[in-house]
Design a protein around this ligand. Sequence first.
Ligand SMILES: [Ca+2]
Ligand SMILES: [Ca+2]
Ligand SMILES: [Ca+2]
Length: 190
Amino acid sequence: MADIDECVAKPCQHGATCKDQENGYKCSCLPGYAGSNCDTGLRKELSKMALIIEKIEKTCEVRATQCPYNWKLYNGHCYFFAIQHSTWYEAKSQCSQAGSYLAVVDNRHEDMWLQSNLKDGAWIDATDYGHEGRWISSYYGRNLPYTRWRGGEPNNSNGGEDCAYMNADGWNDCPCNEYAIPQYICEKIL
Ligand SMILES: [Ca+2]
Ligand SMILES: [Ca+2]
Ligand SMILES: [Ca+2]
């Protein structure tokens, strides 16, 4: 029985060359095509796959409901309680480098929760540097949404207290380059 030359029917796509074989045929695809008939455009497949990967990445982002390791979750925000002596500027820069900001205390609930996690005084984002007596969040560039000053504070002692730290008995203004503050708090949205 004579072998049929399948290549006569031109089964190979996209400029591929067809070679007759004993029980069929074989297509030699041009670069960029695949499949037994060279009917799959690799470029098209690649862009399809890129779309799928993009979709997966987006889905995973939405599903991220965990704070980074060693950060604590409260009310949709993540907090890092750094136990490290630093100036206010260093604390602010450390938080920024960690993709976060020095904690902004927005209300009494957040204040109490932060306090329950502290062992000692901690820098927060509250400063009146450059505008004495007007306390702002440097991150938001707006007046503080909430304060809990200790009795008699802020007193701008010696005319040079422009940054605030929080403690169990309230907040106190203190020189921004004061190194004695043992903690700081970083905050970021989950
Ligand atoms: Ca906050
Ligand atoms: Ca001041
Ligand atoms: Ca003070």
